[in-house]
Design a protein around this ligand. Structure first.
Ligand code: PHB
Length: 395
């Protein structure tokens, strides 16, 4: 076997999604070198349609750390959302309730901004790698990979970060006796579409109806992103445009409100569940983002949690390389998990409050409307939603 080329640096990062690239960028601003490896190609990642809501804290990180201010120019600031049920819309005014906003800016654009910044700064990011393996996480970690040209490498680093997404290999490096996994399955999935149509409303509409949940989101002036609750076994081939729009109409239209319809240009089924891996550190391996936790998309928390993990992890690594202190690295897992569990609760709550179980009896349906009414009729109820949606202050 040919000998591996050796790369020596401080941090090896598995995964060039938003978490991995953001961490590598922040480390570079502190003079800490890292190599990022990614099994997918740049093209493949940039063509994947993902969610689109950024908390104000995520936006601040993108702008203040010098990634890009494109989000402020090309993104749309949203000061509220609409909860729609029983044929009526109720606005949750984030700005008025908690003084904050969110930005509609697709994850794909976050990736493009991060990847472009890393490239412009000469960051070491390798896409389309194969045969990755992580060794010795309890000692001096080594990471093996083969680059896109077939050259074999070994990274020797002080720390490895698993930012390798919901199908993470890194988390399996943590011995079973040292980890606990939490799962929650939901009897729902989302049917997601991109449609060529103008905006139907200024803000996002989260709609509950006896026929199930629907979310009316946006992408551009002329392309909209929308979802309706479906069964996880639903087959997109069974849904032509007429059937899709009839389903949306039955869940959202009414009392003078009508969705703007148009040709469906993309459709997909998105199954979801809640997952948490604890702890988020073992030895010199740290997990960040979807590798450690996934949430249902109803609360729009996935990307924002990943960026928060990275913020906390960066503080720990920066402090360690500056002063040798391990204090912030030691508290990384508990600090990150504190927000993860708040987000699990919020996403679970939004999901169960807005989706309609297939077998809902009269009691559960009436109770659900009672729950929705108790939120929109109370400043406290709306403020909880607004604070969670826009992002809790970071302690
Ligand atoms: C989206 O625009 O894709 C989106 C927005 C809000 C969500 C989930 C997805 O809660």
């Amino acid at each position: 076997m040919a000998t591996r080329k050796i790369i020596t640096n401080q941090v090896a990062i598995m995964g060039a999604g938003p978490a991995g690239l953001m961490l590598s960028h922040l480390l570079a601003t502190s003079g800490i070198d890292s190599t990022v490896i990614e099994v997918r190609s740049h093209k493949d990642i940039s063509e994947t349609v993902r969610a689109g809501i950024l908390e104000h804290g995520t936006v601040n990180m993108l702008v203040d750390s010098g990634i890009s201010d494109r989000v402020l120019r090309d993104g749309d600031r949203h000061d509220g959302i609409e909860l729609r049920f029983n044929g009526e819309s109720h606005r949750i005014d984030f700005k008025e309730l908690v003084g904050e906003s969110v930005w509609l800016y697709p994850q794909t654009d976050v990736f493009l901004d991060l990847a472009a910044r890393r490239k412009a700064d000469g960051g070491d990011v390798r896409y389309s790698v194969t045969d990755t393996a992580v060794h010795d996480i309890e000692g001096k970690p080594r990471v093996w990979f083969t680059d896109a040209d077939g050259v074999e490498y070994e990274i020797q680093a002080d720390f490895v970060v698993g930012a390798d997404g919901s199908r993470s290999h890194c988390r399996f490096q943590i011995p079973e006796a040292h980890r606990k996994w939490y799962f929650h399955e939901y009897p729902f999935a989302w049917f997601g579409i991109l449609a060529e149509a103008p905006h139907s409303a200024d803000e996002l509409i989260y709609a509950n109806s006896a026929n199930g949940f629907a979310l009316i989101s946006q992408r551009t002036e002329s392309v909209q992103r929308m979802y309706f609750q479906c069964d996880s076994k639903e087959n997109v081939a069974d849904w032509d445009d007429d059937r899709i729009w009839a389903e949306f109409r039955s869940r959202v239209n009414g009392n003078g409100f009508e969705l703007k319809e148009g040709p469906v240009i993309d459709k997909m089924v998105l199954p979801f569940r809640s997952f948490v891996h604890t702890p988020m550190r073992h030895g010199n391996l740290f997990l960040a983002g979807d590798a450690a936790h996934t949430v249902p998309p109803t609360g729009a928390k996935g990307l924002n949690l990943a960026i928060h993990d990275v913020k906390v992890l960066f503080e720990g690594l920066d402090s360690y390389f500056r002063s040798g202190s391990t204090q912030l690295l030691d508290s990384f897992s508990s600090r990150a998990l504190d927000r993860v569990w708040k987000a699990q609760q919020f996403s679970y709550w939004m999901t169960t409050m807005l989706h309609t179980p297939a077998e809902a009896d009269d009691f559960s349906r009436a109770r659900q409307l009672g729950e929705l009414n108790s939120v929109v009729s109370s400043r406290h109820g709306m403020a909880y939603l607004a604070e969670a949606y826009t992002g809790w202050p970071s302690p």
